[in-house]
Ligand binder design. Structure first.
Ligand code: SF4
Length: 405
């Protein structure tokens, strides 16, 4: 069983024109037939993901994509999904046909990879049919590392894997809580079980926080918000840290003594996945919003919206009530982050627990390119409920940013 969530694994995307052998290379990489391979161009439509262990590196996800030269209206949509898959990945393997020269689409692809600073190597595939020497000169001109491979004859695949292991970025981002606690600390986690909670399980940020707290040899107490007072009453000493679901922050802040460190799962995630300072900076625009300002709510996964959905219902309601302005909201989910952000006054992003850190940082970077402030759910909710700066106090960098206001 794969115990590491996909969002914590490095993503390797396989890109190239149709029919150059991307799916065959993915299959050769994992040593099994995951992807459908066909002589018919364009067999892969939506990106296909496979989690695996790449030894000695560790857990990764391979992403097979549709061809960058796909055609027609549907083809355009597939290309757009391929581009989003590239942007969300940590490393790219560009697959080229050994007998051809680079096409204009492939030149564009290389310039895009350089623009977004994603590391890549080239796999020159189908060498059993010969290698075009002009292609090798073009690769030399690109100053890129390439491997000559044949998926059909299983040539060059191991060397490619070894190189990927050496080049894969190792950045894992700040921890969730391990730098906030010490051995023997008591950490109380407040987890409301309401209609929005998934049936029979905890959500990923809660599970990851519990695991990290246990790894640090702390004592973890998990309770629903209505049991918190009883937990605090029964503990011999006040806890060292309380972490709550953002939606319960007001009640929890009222119950937890002022001298106890308090924050939210969403703020932990904002630091772990994104950039806490940028999100805190984004709060500055809240009190300047006006009637008809457009706000983007971005969720990183697709889920069936609940009746009182946090992104679609609660946050718009709270923000209209807080600002007393008639605000307009657009909601996107999954990979559908808009290419053009210029219409928005503010982006409110979910915790991004399903996104890799690189993908979250790319979204932050895009918001900065358009000069649009960005916040995340938890920071905004804490702010609107009067729990900022308290919920930011455990994080020096966030408080520094807050004090610049
Ligand atoms: S909406 Fe965002 S924070 Fe919520 S589960 Fe999906 S990815 Fe995680």
């Amino acid at each position: 069983m794969n115990s590491v969530p996909n969002s914590e694994r490095r993503h390797i995307v396989f890109v190239g024109k149709r029919n150059v052998g991307k799916s065959s290379l993915v299959n050769a990489f994992i040593g099994q037939d995951l992807c459908i391979v066909s002589e018919v161009a364009g067999t892969t439509t939506d990106p296909v993901k496979k989690a695996m262990e790449l030894l000695p590196y560790g857990p990764i996800v391979l992403v097979d994509t549709a061809g960058i030269d796909d055609v027609g209206e549907l083809g355009e949509k597939r290309i757009s999904k391929t581009i989003k898959a590239i942007t969300s990945s940590d490393f790219a393997i560009v697959v080229l046909e050994a007998s051809e020269q680079l096409s204009p689409k492939e030149w564009e692809l290389f310039s895009y990879l350089n623009k977004i600073s994603i590391p890549y190597v080239i796999a020159v595939n189908k060498i059993e049919f010969g290698i075009n020497q002009l292609l090798l000169s073009e690769i030399k001109w690109l100053n890129a590392t390439h491997f000559e491979v044949s998926c059909a004859e299983n040539v060059g695949i191991d060397a490619l894997k070894r190189k990927v292991v050496r080049l894969l970025p190792n950045e894992i981002g700040p921890p969730l809580i391990s730098d906030l606690v010490s051995q023997g600390d008591v950490v109380v986690l407040v987890v409301p079980i309401d209609l929005g909670a998934p049936k029979g399980r905890l959500i990923l940020p809660q599970v990851q926080t519990i695991r990290e707290a246990l790894d640090e040899d702390t004592i973890v107490v998990v309770a629903k918000d209505k049991e918190l007072r009883s937990v605090l009453y029964n503990l011999k000493n006040p806890p060292d840290l309380v972490i709550t679901d953002s939606q319960a922050i007001m009640r929890v802040a009222a119950d937890v003594p002022e001298n106890v460190k308090l924050t939210t799962f969403s703020i932990l995630m904002a630091r772990h996945k994104g950039d806490l300072q940028t999100f805190v900076k984004g709060l500055r625009v809240i009190d300047e919003l006006n009637d008809n300002d457009k706000i983007l709510i971005a969720e990183a996964c697709t889920h069936h919206p609940q009746e009182d959905d946090i992104g679609r219902v609660k946050i718009p309601r709270w923000l209209r009530s807080y600002t007393k302005k008639d605000l307009q909201f657009d909601v996107t989910s999954g990979l559908d982050f808009p290419n053009n952000l210029s219409d928005y006054k503010l982006i409110i992003h979910c915790g991004g627990c399903m996104l890799t850190r690189r993908a979250m940082k790319m979204r932050i970077k895009e918001s900065q390119i358009f000069d649009i402030p960005i916040v995340n759910y938890g920071i905004l909710i804490s702010y609107m409920h009067g729990a900022v700066p308290r919920a930011l106090l455990p994080f020096e960098e966030a408080i520094e940013e807050w004090e610049k206001r």
